[in-house]
Design a protein around this ligand. Structure first.
Ligand code: UDP
Ligand code: MG
Length: 323
C-alpha cells in the first residue's frame, strides 16, 4: 500500500519467547535459510523475550549484535504468550507479519508457501495442522473439542486445528493494533478482523528443545478466556436454565398438591429431597461461577493497565544501539 511496486516488500517475523535458550540458534538458522531463498524481500525478526529466566535474552542479544535485521523486545517480566505476540505485532513494520513459535513446532520452511499465497493477494494465511507430533492423545482430543465448543458458542468462527502460526498483511496488523482488550486471544481476534483468508496444511513437529509452557490448568484458562471474550451465550444459558428449573419445580409442586388432595398415597422421600437440594445448590454455584468469570474480566478491563511493559528494545539497526 505505502511501498511502491518496485520497492522490495518487507516481512516481519514475530516470535514470542519464554525460556527458549536452546531453540534460538536452530530457529535463527532455519529462518535465515528461508529468508535467503526469498531474496526479493526485505525482512526483520522481532524476538519478544517474555520475562525468561534462562539465557534467552543473552542469546538473542549475541545474535542481534551481528545482525541488524534483529529487534529484541525485552519485557520487564513474564506477561504471557498473548501479550508477547501482541507486542511483536505492534513493534513490527513490515508489509506482512508472520507469527511463529520459537520451539520449531511450526516449521519455518512453510513461510515460503505463506508468502506465495500473500503475493497471490490473500491477506491472512494461517497454517492448519494436519497432524501433531509429540503431543498426548488427551491434548489432541481436548484441543479438538475446544474448537468445536468455541465455534458453537461464538459468532466468530475460529478455524479448527490452527495455532498462532500465520501471515497477516499490514492492513490486518494495523487493524489489530486498534483492539485494546486485555483478555485477548490473538488467533481469534485476527479472525474477527475479517479480510481475505486462506490456509495451508502442515504436520506439526514436536518441540525442538524444552517443554511446553502450557499445562492443563493454563489451557483451561485459555479456553475460558476465549469463550468469555467472544460470546455471552453462557449467560443466556443461565437465564434459560433458571427458567426451566422454576417451571419444573412449579409443575412438580402442582402434582404433589393434586396427589395430596385426591389420593391417599403418602408423599415421602427425605432422601430425594436432600439429593435434589444438594444438586440444585451445586448447580447454582456453577451458574454463579459463570457470571463471576464475566465479572472478573470486566474488572481486569476497567483497570486499563497496559497489556505488557517493555524494559528495553535491543537492535543494532542504523547503529542506534538501544539497550
Ligand atoms: N510463550 C511466551 N510466553 C509464555 C508462554 C509461552 O512467549 O508465557 C511462547 C513460547 O516460548 C513459544 C510459544 O509461546 O514460542 C508457544 O508456547 P508453547 O510451545 O509452550 O505452547 P504449545 O506449543 O505447547 O501450545
Ligand atoms: Mg510449542
Amino acid at each position: 500500500m505505502i511501498s511502491k511496486d518496485n520497492d522490495p516488500k518487507k516481512i516481519s517475523i514475530v516470535v514470542p519467547m519464554y525460556n527458549e535458550e536452546d531453540n534460538i540458534s536452530e530457529l535463527y538458522d532455519r529462518l535465515n535459510t528461508v529468508m535467503k531463498k526469498l531474496s526479493h524481500l526485505q525482512y526483520e525478526y522481532i524476538f519478544v523475550n517474555d520475562g525468561s529466566f534462562d539465557h534467552t535474552y543473552e542469546n538473542l542479544v549475541s545474535i542481534a549484535d551481528k545482525d541488524e535485521n534483529i529487534i529484541v523486545v525485552n519485557f520487564t517480566r513474564n506477561f504471557g504468550h498473548e501479550a508477547a505476540t501482541t507486542a511483536g505485532i505492534i513493534n513490527s513494520n513490515g508489509d506482512a507479519v508472520i507469527i511463529i513459535d520459537a520451539d520449531l513446532q511450526d516449521p519455518p520452511e512453510l513461510i515460503m508457501d505463506m508468502i506465495k499465497k500473500w503475493e497471490e493477494g490473500y491477506e491472512i494465511i494461517y497454517a492448519k495442522r494436519k497432524s501433531r507430533k509429540g503431543e498426548t492423545f488427551l491434548k489432541k482430543i481436548t484441543s479438538k473439542l475446544f474448537y468445536r465448543v468455541f465455534n458453537m458458542l461464538t459468532d466468530t468462527k475460529m478455524p479448527k486445528d490452527t495455532g498462532d502460526f500465520r501471515l497477516i498483511d499490514r492492513k490486518v496488523a494495523n487493524d489489530f493494533k486498534k483492539l485494546k482488550e486485555k483478555n485477548r486471544i490473538t488467533r481469534a481476534l485476527i479472525n474477527w478482523i475479517g479480510y481475505n483468508q486462506t490456509h495451508i496444511f502442515f504436520d506439526r513437529d514436536k518441540r525442538f528443545s524444552g517443554k511446553t509452557k502450557y499445562n492443563y490448568f493454563k489451557l483451561i484458562r485459555l479456553a475460558i478466556d476465549s469463550i468469555t471474550s467472544f460470546s455471552t451465550k453462557p449467560l443466556t444459558f443461565i437465564v434459560f436454565t433458571g427458567l426451566l428449573l422454576s417451571l419444573l419445580s412449579f409443575a412438580t409442586g402442582i402434582i404433589f398438591i393434586l396427589i395430596k388432595l385426591f389420593t391417599s398415597i403418602p408423599i415421602n422421600g427425605w432422601t430425594s429431597t436432600v439429593v435434589l437440594v444438594l444438586f440444585l445448590n451445586g448447580f447454582q454455584i456453577f451458574l454463579l461461577g459463570i457470571v463471576g468469570q464475566y465479572i472478573a474480566r470486566i474488572s481486569v478491563e476497567v483497570k486499563e493497565r497496559p497489556l505488557y511493559l517493555i524494559r528495553n528494545i535491543y537492535s543494532t539497526k542504523n547503529n542506534s544501539l538501544q539497550k
